[in-house]
Design a protein around this ligand. Sequence first.
Ligand SMILES: Nc1ncnc2c1ncn2[C@@H]1O[C@H](COP(=O)(O)OP(=O)(O)O)[C@@H](O)[C@H]1O
Ligand SMILES: [Mg+2]
Length: 255
Amino acid sequence: MAGLVECSGTAIRFKARGGGWTEALAATDLRLAPGSFTALIGPSGCGKSTLLNAIAGFVPLAGGGVAVDGAQVTGPSPEVGVVFQQYALFPWFTARGNVEFALRRLGLPRAERQARAEASLAEVGLHGRGGAWPGQLSGGMKQRVALARTLAAQPKVLLMDEPFGALDAQTRATMHELLLGVWERRRTTVLFVTHDVDEALTLADRIHVMASGPGRIIETIELGDRAARQGLDYLANRNRIIGLLRHARPHGDET
Ligand SMILES: Nc1ncnc2c1ncn2[C@@H]1O[C@H](COP(=O)(O)OP(=O)(O)O)[C@@H](O)[C@H]1O
Ligand SMILES: [Mg+2]
């Protein structure tokens, strides 16, 4: 099965404003099994986006490597899809136009692009809504289009960086169901960044907790078989993660 992600000793640093370096990500080992659903949780600035961007091939590494199905990542690839909190839809394209535009770089014939765009819009519940303009769509609907755009390229790995962070609770719950449905059908490997404990516990089968200074994974929680999960396990894991996050904050930062 495809979609194996392996980070080995992956390290990233940025030039700090006052000179010197910010160690955004200390040498990190991370393995995402094909078809797994992993959450990354941690306080703001701990390196969650940095780690995700490393896997996406968006940032140069200071050390180590990232491989997808055994091939080193050297830059962005359609095999690794990314969804951000900001939908980044083109306002001058319809929903369908946004999805089709994203497929152009795959070099697919026009008919194939159209068919794939329709299928992925239908998959996110936007059947018949392809003609809508981004300005006419709610935040949840725009994020559906953004997800459809990413899915249309049929990625083996789906990276999501706080994708539902700007949505209200009800819309977010709907998006969780939608995403789990997509994942169960496609079995795409998912890495989901969030700072919401309940979101991580609802979606993932494994949670990595990160801390800052330098950015690193401090603990991994296996949630086990989805069907066998008990309410008491949920609460125990929730308390454990909240306790870890309390210590993961930089000193003196109480926000
Ligand atoms: N492009 C960049 N240039 C300089 N510093 C950056 C850049 N991106 C992130 N950082 C720094 O790296 C650290 C980790 O950032 P980030 O991965 O965005 O954290 P998170 O997503 O967990 O909030 C922070 O200290 C942040 O200021
Ligand atoms: Mg971030």
